[in-house]
Write a protein that binds this ligand. Structure first.
Ligand code: ADE
Length: 252
């Protein structure tokens, strides 16, 4: 049976899942990263902290697949909201992911991944549905309410395009330019597009779950830090833990 890889860029995004791994779990250090191999509520898993950015995420995904036989990859973490309807505290599940900073023109089209002939990588629909359903249950639970403060409404669960680039966006003009160039993109982050490309090249199903910590504007640094410290664990425990406990991610 293949393992489920659960990857995150920062400790807070995977901490509760790590703590819930069975006592027999083992840790292997490869390429300056720890890969935790064991089971989570009966599902064989490998959990790893990728660190931040596209190269870090790609290296981590490669090792999870090649060394630890991951047969599905879920990347989880925070993101900056781009679309007008995407507020702090909302959840975005990717339908597809793209690398907004890829630009090999005039050799290739804008955003086209050279020699792969594509700009976007689709997320696995079945994994995406499970994440959306679990996120929707969480969004209606009392645990989600502290996150509703700024938005003054319960968190929404969105499904759509996520944009990846090697930039922490802390600049409203930069965010505005991205919004105009990519009106479909719901949020931006720094790892999903790279992980998706590696999964595509290996033929491994991929899913991406992002919680909106900031609006990529001048307040992004402090909003992101507050969210990371106070709420990132609430979300991962509230969305991923029940999904794993339900057994829906176990494979025959
Ligand atoms: N992840 C969370 N917030 C982000 C931002 N503003 N820019 C890039 N990645 C992020």
């Amino acid at each position: 049976m293949g393992r489920l890889a659960i990857l995150g860029a920062l400790h807070e995004e995977i901490a509760d899942l790590l703590a819930a791994m069975d006592p027999g779990a083992a840790t292997f250090r490869i390429a300056m990263r720890d890969f935790h191999v064991g089971t989570l509520w009966g599902t064989p898993c490998v959990i790893a902290l990728s660190r931040i950015g596209k190269v870090a995420a790609a290296a981590t995904a490669c090792i999870a697949i090649q060394e630890f036989k991951a047969s599905r990859v879920i990347f989880t973490g925070l993101a900056g909201g781009l679309h007008a309807d995407v507020e702090v505290g909302d959840v975005v599940v990717a339908s597809a992911v793209m690398q907004y900073d890829m630009d090999a023109r005039p050799l290739f089209g804008r955003h086209e991944i050279p020699l792969l002939g594509r700009e976007r990588f689709d997320a696995d629909p079945a994994l995406g549905r499970l994440l959306q359903d679990s996120a929707a249950l969480f969004a209606r639970s009392p645990a989600a309410m502290p996150a509703a403060g700024a938005a003054r409404r319960p968190p929404k669960v969105h499904h759509g395009l996520i944009a990846t680039g090697d930039v922490f966006v802390n600049d409203i003009e930069y965010a505005q330019r991205l919004r105009q160039a990519l009106p479909e993109a719901l949020c931006l982050e720094m790892e999903g597009g790279a992980t998706a490309q590696v999964c595509y090249e290996f033929g491994v199903p991929f899913a991406l779950l992002r919680v909106i910590s900031d609006r990529a504007d001048h307040a992004a640094k402090s909003d992101f830090t507050d969210f990371l410290v106070n709420l990132a664990r609430v979300y991962s425990a509230g969305i991923l833990a029940p999904l794993l406990q339900s057994g829906a991610l176990r494979q025959a």
